[in-house]
Design a binder for this molecule. Structure first.
Ligand code: GRF
Length: 206
């Protein structure tokens, strides 16, 4: 058996996707080892949930650094010192600079609550509801220098045509997120993802 991939998860808030990934590592559906959860917010509710699951937590507040680059360099250092293979953004509300992206090319994943390229940026679920689309969904993608833009790993659609509020849309999409993110991370950990420019080819299970 190859070594388990070492995973870092970056959060800013409640961390439901983070918990879901940690639990998938514990129950064996992801062949990975979560080595650290980092939050840019000291009050992120997800921190305690990670600690309860025995995972190291680290608070790195962006306002303690002079610039975005300084912050990202410090992040890179923390991640490198833990020999991290994969970085999962899970509600991490920070744009990452090229300093960070270039340090971990095709090793940073993000989950976005829409079918990209529709509704990038903040509040994608609200954008979908307000636009009146009948179908939305979730996207797991690799992260590049541009917002919600990198090569797409997995997407799944959900019917939101009968939703009567933004919250209802969010809940329906969150259920899809919790399905999709562990699947994508498991594929990475099993060395099944092959990035060819914008296309992510998924290799069959050995
Ligand atoms: C999720 O909707 C995710 O798609 C977006 O931020 C939200 C984070 O939620 N990037 P949680 O903290 O994982 O519960």
């Amino acid at each position: 058996m190859p070594n388990r991939k070492r995973i870092a998860i970056l959060i800013s808030g409640r961390g439901s996707n983070m918990v879901n990934l940690l639990d998938a590592c514990s129950n064996g559906s992801i062949y990975g080892r979560p080595v650290v959860v980092i939050s840019n917010k000291a009050k992120a509710a997800g921190l305690q949930k990670a600690a309860e699951r025995g995972v190291e937590t680290l608070v790195m507040r962006h306002r303690d650094y002079d610039s975005r680059e300084d912050y990202d360099k410090a992040l890179v250092q923390e991640l490198r010192s833990r020999d991290v293979d994969l970085i999962c953004l899970a509600g991490f509300m920070r744009l990452l600079s090229p300093v960070f992206i270039h340090a971990f090319v095709n090793r940073i994943m993000n989950i976005h609550p829409s079918l990209l390229p529709a509704f990038p940026g903040l509040d994608a679920q609200e954008q979908a509801f307000d636009y009146g689309v009948k179908v939305s969904g979730a996207t797991v993608h690799f992260v590049d220098e541009h917002l919600d833009n990198g090569p797409i790993i997995l997407q799944k659609a959900v019917d939101i045509s009968d939703c009567t509020s933004r919250e209802e849309v969010s809940d329906r999409i969150l259920a899809i997120e919790h399905e999709l993110y562990p699947q994508a991370v498991a594929m990475f950990c099993d060395d099944r993802l092959d990035v060819d420019f914008r296309r992510v080819n998924i290799k069959p299970i050995n």
